[in-house]
Design a protein around this ligand. Structure first.
Ligand code: UD1
Length: 422
């Protein structure tokens, strides 16, 4: 297995291009199942999660062209041969469950494996099921699979979600595009990836209003057609690389970054003493002198502080002046990076969903292990700021969500290399 060797070596300066959003692409790709005509996505990131979704769509009979250098992903779901998402693929990636809504809407039936446990928490699918049932679906759990059917087709309805789940919002909105009548989804998630999905669905002929607010209204149509759509910038990759100059010092411009995607996160960086400025090309982040200040963080649905940046923010807080409290409210088990950071000399105490971090002057390089996608990159950030060498193992997690991480960080002066495993 490959690992990443990072050697801490001072300030970072330059530019980093930000890719298209993994999480947007993972819901845009299943949207192709809603139409017989091709959907073309540009700016798709080159990541292993995208390959997993490609394999899943292909297993259903969709044609998906392989990723080209221009990062175009073209798909056609003209002759689907299956409406079953198999456990072997779903277990690799929870986002596979996003085929449920589209398959059910277009074919009136679908069988999708439950994703099972995952490293950062239980992550059930009850909110997806409740929403689709409100549209008239009948869903049964048999042998680890959700068997969903809507013999007379889905029908619009009013549904209020108990929690603003991102995936459930996406599944319900996609399903409602082909339902009869109007659907009103209340307490919907407001993430930019949902706005991006709705913009794409609209290009395909869907009638939707209210995306980006907590009430989304969908007027069902008979059919959707083909479209071309540019995937929105990845705000989590953006936030991750904003932390690179914050933790090492220096000034880095994140090309393509927009403030509206990371407002609450940028406010925390500002409070910590890191400057963030919007330019015509992206976001410029700088830390010129002294240590950052400790700030407290609570993770929340958008527009709150994203859970997907909590691990990386913790790496920054490890070297801040003072004590910060990080509260994780989205996932119940998302502090697995903490003991790894402690191996690097960090002072962290975890009690339930709260981590208390007291900053130290300097972290020390150590061999550490990535436990999930965001944890892996937090260890790389910590390594950039540490004294000596850090070797991060199990980097296959990283390949799920960060393209060209070595090249991007090298480009701003980091000492980082990938070491091929046996
Ligand atoms: C998406 C993102 C993920 C991010 C998360 C929260 C994708 C592909 N993944 O995941 O990177 O961390 O949003 O911003 O877009 N829940 C239930 N029942 C359900 C569904 C969810 O209890 O039916 C719970 C989950 O266990 C979790 C919380 O709701 O505790 C948030 O989950 P959700 O918003 O659904 O996240 P995902 O869509 O899985």
């Amino acid at each position: 297995m490959d690992s990443i060797l990072v050697t801490g070596n001072g300030p970072l300066n330059g530019q980093i291009p930000i890719a298209g959003a993994k999480n947007a692409c993972l819901t845009l790709m299943p949207a192709t199942l809603l139409s017989e005509e091709p959907l073309t996505l540009t700016n798709a990131p080159r990541l292993s999660d995208i390959k997993t979704m490609t394999a899943l769509l292909q297993s259903l009979g969709a044609e998906v062209s392989s990723l080209q250098d221009g990062q175009v992903q073209a798909m056609s779901s003209h002759d689907l041969t299956s409406q079953t998402a198999d456990y072997e693929i779903v277990r690799k990636m929870r986002a596979s469950n996003l085929v449920l809504g589209p398959l059910l809407a277009r074919f009136g039936h679908a069988v999708v494996s439950l994703p099972g446990g995952c490293a950062i928490g239980a992550r059930p699918m009850d909110l997806h099921v409740e929403g689709l049932e409100a549209l008239g679906a009948e869903i049964e759990l048999k042998d680890g699979y959700l068997h969903a059917k809507a013999p007379g087709g889905l029908k619009g309805g009013v549904h209020e979600m108990r929690f603003a789940s991102v995936g459930a919002t996406e599944n319900i909105v996609m399903a409602a595009t082909l339902a009869k009548g109007t659907t009103v989804l209340k307490n919907a998630a407001r993430e930019p990836e949902i706005v991006d999905l709705v913009e794409c669905l609209r290009k395909m002929g869907a009638q939707i209003a209210g995306e980006g607010t907590s009430t989304i209204e969908i007027q069902g149509v008979d059919r959707l057609h083909g479209a071309t759509h540019q995937v929105v910038i990845d705000r989590i990759e953006l936030g991750t690389y904003m932390l690179a100059p914050a933790i090492c010092g220096g000034e880095v411009e994140l090309l393509g970054g927009r403030m509206r995607l990371v407002e609450s996160f940028a406010a925390k960086l500002d409070a910590a003493g890191v400057s963030v400025e919007e330019t015509d090309k992206g976001l410029k982040v700088a830390r010129k002198n002294g240590r950052v200040r400790a700030v407290d963080v609570v993770t929340e649905p958008f527009p709150g502080f994203p859970t997907d940046l909590q691990a990386q923010m913790m790496a920054l807080m490890c070297t801040a002046e003072g004590t910060s409290v990080l509260e994780e409210r989205i996932f119940e088990n998302r502090f697995m990076h903490a003991p790894e950071l402690v191996r690097m000399g960090a002072d962290i105490e975890v009690h339930g969903g709260t981590a208390t971090v007291t900053g130290v002057e300097r972290l020390k390089g150590a061999p550490v292990m990535a436990t999930d996608l965001r944890a892996s990159v937090s260890l790389i950030l910590a390594g950039l700021a540490a004294e000596g060498e850090t070797v991060v193992s199990r980097v296959y997690h990283l390949d799920r969500g960060y393209e060209h991480v070595v090249r991007k960080l090298e480009g701003v002066g980091a000492k980082i290399e990938r070491i091929k495993g046996q």
